[in-house]
Design a protein around this ligand. Structure first.
Ligand code: OTU
Length: 644
């Protein structure tokens, strides 16, 4: 009866806390509602926080402050959002809808500011976008702010972009247009200009305890032995020296991004406050930035620690109490075994799918599908209440996060293969069509990642330079193929700004002293009116890609199997083809076959369709395919065989 007694312990604790807390700022009705939520979720929150903070004599005090934080968050949640919470609770898997298609963009790269973006909502709506991730738009340091991921104040919109009021208006207008808003919850670190960091610099002990500050290198040296270097070209190791304080501070990323110390429960409580503030702005999805790093312990690699999971679940629990209509999206760009561990209805309902992303690029480089098929066959399936976010490009670099074991099973040496992929996508491999740039080369282990826009990595930039129509056609076929896969394989497709226009690399960052050291800016282009104009020019690259994407989105939205269905990877064992099937619980099926090579390939239909099936229509080519036939796939062709 261990769980029963544990539960009663948590409820006893809650009873005491409630007796001490003054919620008079809530109406009687609201108090009742809030306490009901607490009764349901507090036991779990308690069970998560007690083991994490058992070393703290003052945990009870922190729980009381946390309860007050939650109550304030609840008080500040508008009735409109509470109403949305109610409907989401009635349909908790709303994000699995077949019409869900996402896009990620920077406010100032697609518009002048928030007000201008509000006027441009129709652009996204017309394209079929149902969720928009706005890259960090909070106050951050002038100059280099890691693209906004160094947050100075979570509660202030970057004045260059507008005001909080405008952000709320935008959220409202987006909701009216049926578009969900995703915002970043950057909770692993703050900028060194954040109020907490400023107070720490001024000598305030309470705020120094918000970070990992060290008087000398003794502990940093011990930690460093086990840590991976994320930005090795910024500095070696994970700590930065602070001149003014004569101390070392933990900085996983840039020197100006100070890691928060979650061993201190005050940090958890404070960040819950910031999280609820963001939720109450009216966002639907919170993207948990760099979530793998939030728990640090000596002797551990400090990524994916079991306590990181407990913390994230605890954050989610707080969300269930105050803003249950909001879901978490995991940004774990780590080993696939570890990515999977963040995905759970009580942890992160959504997760980027970095394995699919990396292996799609791998298949384009090698023209082979073995690793893609072999890895996804066992790794694609996740909790059915959760959902992958499938993407091919984002604002970051591409990291080759496949499993070396899976590669070895096919006779591929993971280490050597990554070297090849970096060579290929930076255009250094003979015959490569890709024009990418290396990112964060680590001289110690040869590790490197790749940056570049979708179009440039697919060969469009090279083809246009060479003025080779055939190469251009191939590049466009590659783009269309991989857009087709993220649209159909199961989960929410997430398009990256400019990819709907086949925008090439933007090298202007090389002349900006605040950006030149960070090659990721090559894939953060400004979407100019001229770029948008391209779409009108029939047969321009932008036109071809855009038309295809629109068509895919429209088809996707027509078939429930593209929403709340399941995916099965078909073990074709064909060197160049990749196939999967989507299925509803009623047995409706759509089949997909992709050719990852620049040559034609054949396969017999019976390898995909059961022999007793009627011929099926391919939505994309309009041709019919039967189980008894030999199917011929053109270079980079994708078949979408709907039910007849
Ligand atoms: C995230 O990415 C953001 O997406 C980046 O834009 C930020 O710079 C960074 O966090 C810091 O806020 O290192 O190169 O999963 O790969 O979290 C990208 C591990 C990053 C990291 C990922 C991080």
């Amino acid at each position: 009866m261990a769980t029963l007694s544990a539960k009663s312990e948590s409820l006893r604790c809650l009873e005491k806390l409630l007796a001490e807390c003054d919620f008079s700022f809530l109406s009687q009705r609201e108090q009742k509602h809030f306490e009901k939520r607490l009764l349901t979720h507090f036991p779990r929150l308690f069970d998560l926080l007690v083991p994490v903070y058992q070393h703290r004599y003052d945990l009870y005090y922190h729980l009381r402050s946390l309860l007050m934080e939650l109550a304030h968050g609840f008080a500040q949640r508008s009735s409109k959002l509470k109403h949305r919470d109610k409907s989401r609770l009635a349909e908790p898997d709303w994000y699995r809808d077949e019409t869900m298609v996402g896009m990620a963009c920077y406010v100032d790269l697609v518009a002048d500011d928030l007000a201008d973006l509000t006027d441009k909502i129709d652009y996204f709506k017309q394209l079929g976008i149902r969720y928009l991730h706005l890259m960090p738009l909070y106050k951050s340091p002038e100059g280099d702010s890691d693209g906004g991921y160094a947050v100075s104040d979570y509660r202030t919109v970057d004045p260059k972009l507008g005001t909080t009021k405008q952000l709320k208006q935008l959220a409202n207008k987006m909701a009216d247009a049926g578009i969900s808003l995703a915002l970043d919850f950057v909770f692993n670190h703050t900028s060194d200009e954040c109020d907490w960091a400023q107070q720490a610099k001024a000598g305030d002990q309470e705020h120094q305890d918000f970070y990992f500050l060290f008087d000398d290198r003794r502990l940093p040296d011990q930690y460093d032995q086990h840590l991976r270097e994320i930005f090795p070209s910024v500095r070696r190791g994970c700590f930065s020296y602070l001149d003014d304080m004569d101390k070392w501070v933990w900085t996983t990323f840039n020197n100006f991004q100070w890691d928060l110390n979650y061993q201190n429960p005050a940090v958890f409580r404070a960040m819950v406050g910031e999280m609820l503030y963001l939720a109450n702005l009216g966002c639907d999805i919170l993207r948990l930035d760099a979530l793998a790093f939030v728990w640090k312990e000596l002797g551990h690699c400090c990524e994916n620690h079991p306590k990181a999971h407990m913390l994230i679940q605890a954050f989610n629990c707080c969300l269930q109490i105050v803003a249950p209509g909001v879901v978490f999206k995991s940004e774990a760009i780590v080993h696939p075994d570890e990515v999977a561990k963040y995905i759970h209805p009580e942890e992160c309902q959504l997760s980027y799918n970095p394995l699919l992303m990396a292996l799609i690029w791998n298949s384009l480089a090698t023209r082979k599908t073995r690793l893609l098929e072999h890895s996804l066959a066992t790794r694609f399936e996740i909790n059915t209440d959760c959902c992958w976010v499938n993407y091919v490009r984002c604002h970051d670099d591409i990291g080759w996060t496949f499993d070396d074991g899976n590669a070895a099973e096919l006779g591929i040496n993971g280490y050597d293969h990554r070297l090849f992929l970096n060579q290929f996508f930076t255009g250094h491999f003979e015959g490569s069509y890709a024009k990418g740039m290396g990112f964060q080369f680590n001289p110690e282990n040869g590790d490197c990642r790749v940056c570049g826009s979708l179009a440039s990595l697919c060969g469009l930039e090279q083809a246009l330079e060479m003025q080779e129509p055939l190469l251009e056609a191939m590049a466009l076929a590659r783009i269309n193929l991989i857009h087709g896969i993220i649209m159909t394989i199961g989960g929410i497709p997430l398009i990256y700004q400019g990819d709907e226009l086949a925008i090439l690399n933007d090298y202007s960052f090389l002349h900006d002293p605040h950006k030149t050291h960070d090659a990721r800016w090559v894939n953060r282009p400004k979407i100019t009116p001229q770029a948008l104009e391209q779409v009108r020019l029939k047969n321009s690259a932008a036109y071809v890609v855009n038309q295809h994407l629109r068509q895919l989105i429209q088809w996707r939205g027509q078939y429930p199997v593209m929403g709340r269905g399941t995916t099965q990877i078909i073990r074709l064992e064909h060197p160049h083809l990749f196939a999967y099937v989507r299925q509803t619980e009623h047995g409706h099926k759509h089949y997909f076959v992709a050719n990852f090579s620049d040559a034609k390939h054949q396969i017999s239909g019976s390898k995909i369709l059961p022999v007793d099936q009627l011929p099926r229509l391919d939505l994309i080519s309009g041709q019919s395919f039967s189980a008894s036939g030999e199917w011929q796939l053109m270079p980079y062709q994708l078949l979408w065989l709907k039910e007849s």
